[in-house]
Design a protein around this ligand. Structure first.
Ligand SMILES: C[S@@+](CC[C@H](N)C(=O)[O-])C[C@H]1O[C@@H](n2cnc3c(N)ncnc32)[C@H](O)[C@@H]1O
Length: 243
């Protein structure tokens, strides 16, 4: 697969570096460390938004250890609703599987590459979520695939790194990340530089909230809105497939 750097904020290619396989067992702890636990609040907000939508089938792409789908399931959604939780890493999926407990019947775990998901029929999904995964892939391919699998009127919900307002604070945040992330990452991963290299690059290069919304509009999504969380460290974008 050829890599389009401008489109892949973290310049991460899953087939070349199995970093998520290597850190799967430590991923949850790393999230807490890198975000000081604030990712839990962001993900709760995403789960609230998903739970308010009308859907029967939710696809959670790049599900990782299943944080989003588990939070959605905790909202006691009707038993008829189904979640397809997918990720490219079998090790991450194995951890997600271990957390399902009583919810196993509502969830199908699938190994899928968000760039191309031939196992998911066109127009078969009512809602599609990607949390903290869009910066580590070719986002135009992933968004195009989202548009294909969503039914007309279906919702796309994206949680991703964004731009803090005002701009000087964003620059200060990036400086803080550049200094602290390697130190935290080095200690927490026993020296596996990949884990924080991609995070840093992805956060720095991912488009701001306005630009991502414009890209989504360009690609054919409509009714796009976004919410900045924690001053804009991340944003949640919500869009609809026309129809
Ligand atoms: C930063 S983690 C996010 C996990 C989870 N959604 C969360 O919010 O904590 C990114 C995940 O994306 C997965 N991933 C990376 N490239 C992918 C691709 N092309 N298709 C599907 N999943 C991918 C990784 O294996 C990893 O589990």
């Amino acid at each position: 697969m050829s890599i389009q750097h401008s489109d892949n904020a973290a310049e991460f290619v899953a087939h070349s570096d199995d970093v998520f396989g290597r850190i799967a067992s430590r991923y949850d702890r790393l999230c807490d460390l890198f975000s000081f636990g604030i990712h839990r609040m962001w993900k709760r907000r995403v789960a609230d938004i998903i739970a308010q939508e009308e859907w029967q089938t939710l696809l959670d792409g790049a599900t990782g250890t299943g944080d989003i789908m588990l939070r959605v399931l905790k909202k006691q959604i009707p038993a008829s609703r189904r979640i397809i939780a997918s990720d490219i890493s079998p090790q991450m999926l194995a951890i997600a599987q271990g957390k399902l407990g009583q919810h196993g019947a509502q969830v199908q775990l699938c190994q899928l590459d968000m760039h191309s998901m031939p196992d998911i029929a066109s127009g078969s999904v009512d809602a599609y979520s990607i949390s903290l995964g869009l910066k580590i892939c070719q986002r135009h391919l992933a968004l195009q695939e989202a548009l294909r699998v969503l039914r007309p009127g279906g919702r796309l919900i994206i949680l991703e790194a964004s731009n803090i307002r005002p701009a000087w604070l964003h620059r200060a945040y990036l400086m803080y990340m550049a200094i602290c992330t390697p130190a935290i990452g080095w200690l927490a991963t026993g020296g596996d530089a990949s884990a924080y290299k991609y995070l840093l690059h992805g956060v720095r290069e991912f488009p701001g909230a306005e630009q991502l919304a414009a890209e989504m509009l360009d690609m054919g999504f409509c009714d796009i809105r976004y919410e900045r969380l924690s001053l804009g460290i991340v944003a949640v974008h919500i869009a609809r497939k026309p129809g």
